[in-house]
Design a binder for this molecule. Structure first.
Ligand code: G1P
Length: 292
């Protein structure tokens, strides 16, 4: 039996400069996809994969995230008074049990590896998931659950993989596959943001990971590499050989909501999945110039 994965780390300290001015006073994780903030999609995905403890690595100006996952007496009372029961249900559904969420701060923006390392005391000596909330997945099986199914079989470390074109390798961690059955990939190496000529494959790491706590030993060395940052990929590469490492080509659609194009596409795709919006949106997409 593998040790169960019950904790997930959400690095949400980033400034979101790509979405200024929207993110001047609003955390980018609070930008809505239809009517739910991005962060809520990631939390729901984690919960649906069996996660019970949610660890947020935040930063300055991110308190709206804490308020979002808190109980609001005033709002509840108002909705009850006005008989807005659907709305009441929608905010009740997002509330994790008391004590299930914890927050710590990444005091300096030193990279993803550093953000994950900031959560080490909260994670302690357990396997854990890392969820990058900029990435939104629309799939029948939640993306993290797809990783969990591999973990239950193989243990060790598991992450999601996507295929990229050669010019995109400089944006991702790229893996070196040892075996590849078309869906599951056993990994023998990985490198952060390589030039196309140095990339060991076209398989990129996506923002869903299951990691073993041994990774903190390497993150703790605070080695800065690509972009002067402490990279998670470097510490995972150090852990290779001590743990089985697998990647899984996720099933479903992935939207990079850290880019404006990806964010807009995610809104359209999610809107099309809503019965109450589908027809209106389809009409619009057929002839966007005529929209009123
Ligand atoms: C991070 C990781 C990278 C991974 C990517 C997925 O990069 O460092 O290995 O491929 O997330 O989105 P970032 O997007 O923070 O530059």
């Amino acid at each position: 039996m593998m040790r169960p994965v019950k904790k997930a780390v959400f690095p949400v300290g980033g400034m979101g400069t790509r979405f200024l001015p929207a993110t001047k006073a609003l955390p980018k994780e609070m930008l809505p996809i239809v009517d739910k903030p991005l962060i809520q999609y990631a939390v729901e995905e984690a919960r649906d994969a069996g996660i019970e403890e949610f660890i947020f690595v935040t930063g300055r100006g991110k308190s709206a995230i804490e308020d979002h996952f808190d109980f609001s007496h005033e709002l509840n009372a108002l909705l009850v008074e006005n008989h807005k029961l659907d709305e009441l249900e929608s905010i009740a559904a997002l509330l994790p049990p008391a004590g299930a969420i914890s927050y710590t701060r990444q005091q300096e923006p030193l990279g993803l590896g550093h953000a994950v390392w900031c959560a080490r005391h909260l994670v302690a000596d357990e396997p854990f998931a890392v969820m990058l909330p900029d990435e939104l997945f629309l799939s029948d099986t939640p993306c993290l659950k797809q990783l969990m199914d591999v973990y239950d079989d193989k243990g060790g470390c598991v992450f999601g993989l996507g295929e990229v074109s050669p010019e995109q390798t400089t944006r991702y961690g790229i893996v070196d596959p040892a075996e590849d059955d078309g869906r599951l990939v056993r990994i023998k190496g990985m490198v952060e943001k390589p030039k196309p000529a140095d990339a060991p494959s076209n398989l990129s790491i996506i923002g869903r990971y299951i990691l073993q706590p041994g990774v903190f030993n390497y993150l703790g060395r605070q080695k800065r590499t690509v972009g002067g940052e402490i990279q998670l990929t470097d510490s995972m590469a150090e852990l290779l050989g001590q743990e089985p490492f697998h990647g899984i080509r996720y099933e479903g659609r992935r939207f990079d909501c850290g880019s404006k194009g990806g964010f807009l596409k995610a809104n359209i795709a999610s809107g099309l999945e809503r019965a109450e919006l589908r027809d209106e949106l389809r009409e619009f997409l057929k002839d966007p110039d005529r929209a009123s």
